[in-house]
Design a binder for this molecule. Structure first.
Ligand SMILES: [Zn+2]
Length: 677
């Protein structure tokens, strides 16, 4: 169009100023007429001669044979974002392309100098890559993790630990759901890989957590009846039905006393052939299990009467490698051991908490909040154990239903008024699912359940015993800080008037922990609220004797009035081989009141061994360190392999006894002295 413009130069109305003829140029100035040269374009969207707006000629494209619409150039309404012709995206990657890209990106993260020595940043960045693979191609994550595990030399057996048939699928679910770039990721990198500092305990939002404030004053304590109940406490039996007598009992890795166990120094010939009744690095063989079943009623004087009831604080299954475990193997142990518990006990019921080994994969339980089918993936176990407990006559149908809805945790109100609340403490420990929304401190709702049950008990004026497997405090190395920090708040709210005692297992050692008011800001006989008894294991693993305990309990207050502990000397078991005249002897180890009570003023022979009493024991230990030595001996069940507790260990142990939560232990205590190993 513009090429035709030349013919318009001298249009009518133009004003030209003449140039002297000699220059050969045109006029010295020129102004076209004020009217738009409307003939240039065939048509217009508006009136081209108007003086208030620019002309909008209709432009047609000679190549596309189309007219550009007025909307394209309308100055009053400029179109935004070309939605007609978007820029192209790369094609969707196939699963194998995703994995390849993930590997390349992870390699870049390893070599990128920007991360320098910040292992924590690298670790969380790698988790981010794994998260998106887990969302887009979940079936690829386990193999990718195995590859990473091998590259980082995290295990000698990566496939057996993280492959699709072992922990790989669980890990993929967690990666897909956790905030791996935030708190969850830092905790994963800190706890499992030591590549991040552990994140600090999250602040609690307690708004609405309690239905009512703590009563002030507290209701007056119940009057003791003076009548004593006999209660058996067993824990961590860990039966090993695959125990191979004569196999290596001094193996260099994994579970010993198995056909495949060996010592690197002597791979062909066992250095220490497994005795028939067990050994320090092995779980409980049938022979030892049945020796205990026979000994317990005789030693406790309950052969004729039976116990009033029993409590079991978890762990039935042996410590097999992850790839040797299965649902069937877990259900086998549940079937065998609940039956044996019934035979030991006689008539009374056993109240049972699940341990981290009483599931498959080991220590894994999914919170309901994960949603959909994943929320039901462990129902097989809750259904199985609750049905067995009902079969043994320990709980009724309503309790079965309650337990199925709370990960096998339940509440029983006994006819004598005691309420027993059992918890599934996999929601406070190394369970991978706990790393999804860890900042909430109670993703599973387990502590909500506990707190609601405690409120019910308070309203009814009942006292409560709480059973769990993994302890909430001591040296803090077993549970997770966030949930235990919340749990001690609930324990304080309902102690001492509701919670009479708490019971745990898990460490296999004989320990206790005291809970104080106001999250332990002042630790004294006055602020001590309740106590958790951590009972020794029946299994000798690791380097311990085999043991069990009985309490004498006031039938009205449900306070513990005394505790008696027995043990069998595992060091002598090889002497019992090659004969059938005599089995292993369980012998009385100690009487709790007599052992520690001599130094406690103001407690009569029938006063309870409550938190105040135990706090006074720790004060006595502060001045008489021989009491710590005694405690240390019993902590290992008088095992020949128990190491001494001296120096820093003494203060550390007393500090652990006063730590109801992991966060308190971390804040107050010297680390590294939790075990007698
Ligand atoms: Zn255990």
């Amino acid at each position: 169009m513009i090429t035709t413009a030349g013919s318009l130069l001298f249009a009518a109305g133009a004003i030209a100023t003449t140039q002297p003829a000699a220059t050969g140029l045109g006029p010295t100035s020129f102004a076209p007429p004020g009217i738009f040269p409307t003939s240039v374009y065939k048509s217009y969207f508006n009136n081209p001669t108007a003086t208030s707006a620019q002309p909008q000629p209709v432009i047609s494209d000679p190549v596309l044979h189309s007219v550009y619409p007025f909307a394209l150039t309308n100055p009053k309404n400029i179109p935004q974002n070309d939605t007609k012709d978007p820029h192209p995206l790369p094609p969707v990657a196939s699963s194998s392309q995703l994995v390849q890209a993930a590997i390349t990106q992870i390699e870049s993260l390893f070599t990128n100098p920007v991360f320098g020595s910040n292992t924590c940043a690298s670790c969380q960045a790698i988790l981010e890559v794994l998260k998106f693979v887990s969302l887009a191609a979940p079936q690829e994550t386990p193999n990718l993790v195995v590859l990473l595990c091998e590259k980082l030399d995290l295990s000698s057996n990566c496939e057996d630990e993280f492959g699709p048939l072992t922990l790989g699928s669980t890990l993929t679910q967690v990666l897909a759901n956790a905030d791996v770039g935030g708190y969850d990721g830092q905790a994963i990198c800190g706890n499992f890989l030591s590549l991040c500092p552990m994140p600090t305990t999250s602040p609690l939002n307690l708004t609405g957590w309690f239905a009512k404030p703590k009563p002030n004053p507290l209701p007056s304590p119940k009057k003791p009846s003076g009548k004593l109940l006999k209660v058996l406490h067993l824990s961590d039996m860990h039966i090993d039905p695959r125990f191979a007598t004569g196999a290596e009992a001094n193996c260099s890795s994994g579970l010993c006393c198995r056909e495949n166990a060996f010592n690197k120094e002597s791979p062909q010939e066992p250095i220490f052939p497994a005795p028939r009744y067990g050994a320090f690095l092995c779980d409980t063989p049938y022979s030892l299990m049945l020796a205990a079943v026979q000994a317990i009623p005789v030693l406790t004087g309950t052969e004729k009467t039976g116990f009033d009831f029993g409590i079991y604080t978890g762990d039935l299954v042996s410590h097999d490698a992850e790839n040797e475990l299965s649902r069937d193997y877990v259900m086998y142990a549940e079937t065998v051991l609940y039956d044996l518990l019934k035979r030991i006990l006689g008539t009374g019921p056993f109240y049972v908490a699940l341990g981290n080994h009483d599931t498959h994969n080991e220590a894994q339980d999914a919170p309901h909040s994960i949603g959909g089918a994943l929320a039901e993936q462990f129902s097989w176990n809750y259904d199985h154990v609750t049905s067995l407990w009902q079969h043994e006559g320990w709980i009724d149908e309503a309790t079965v239903q309650l337990a199925r809805a709370h990960y096998a945790g339940y509440m029983v109100r006994r006819t004598d008024g005691l309420r027993v609340i059992t918890l599934n403490t996999d929601f406070c420990n190394s369970n991978l699912f706990n790393y999804i929304n860890l900042t909430t401190s109670d993703t599973s709702g387990m502590l909500r359940f506990l707190t609601d049950e405690l409120q019910d008990a308070e309203d009814a004026g009942d006292r409560v015993w709480i059973l769990g497997h993994v302890l909430s405090g001591w040296d803090g190395t077993n549970p997770l800080a966030n949930p235990t920090n919340l749990s001690v708040i609930s324990v304080d709210r309902f102690s001492p008037h509701v919670i009479a005692a708490i019971f745990f297992g898990h460490t296999h050692e004989d320990q206790f922990q005291i809970f104080y008011a106001n999250n332990g800001t002042v630790m004294s006989a006055e602020t001590a609220q309740t106590v958790a008894w951590i009972t020794p294991s029946l299994t000798p693993l690791t380097n311990l004797n085999s043991g069990f305990r009985m309490y004498e309990v006031d039938s009205a207050t449900f306070d513990i009035v005394n505790a008696f502990t027995w043990k069998a000397d595992v060091n002598s078991f090889s002497d019992l081989d090659n004969q059938t005249e005599v089995g292993p002897a369980y012998v009385f180890e100690y009487n709790t009141r007599e052992t520690y009570g001599g130094s406690i003023e103001g407690f009569g022979p029938n006063d309870p061994l409550n938190a105040t009493w135990w706090h006074l024991v720790t004060e006595a230990m502060n001045t008489t360190t021989s009491l710590v030595t005694t405690f240390n001996t019993f902590q290992g069940k008088s095992s020949a392999r128990t190491t001494a507790c001296t120096g820093d260990c003494i203060q550390a142990r007393i500090c652990y006894m006063r730590s109801g939560s992991a966060s308190l232990a971390f804040a107050n205590c010297i680390p590294g002295f939790g075990s007698v190993q």
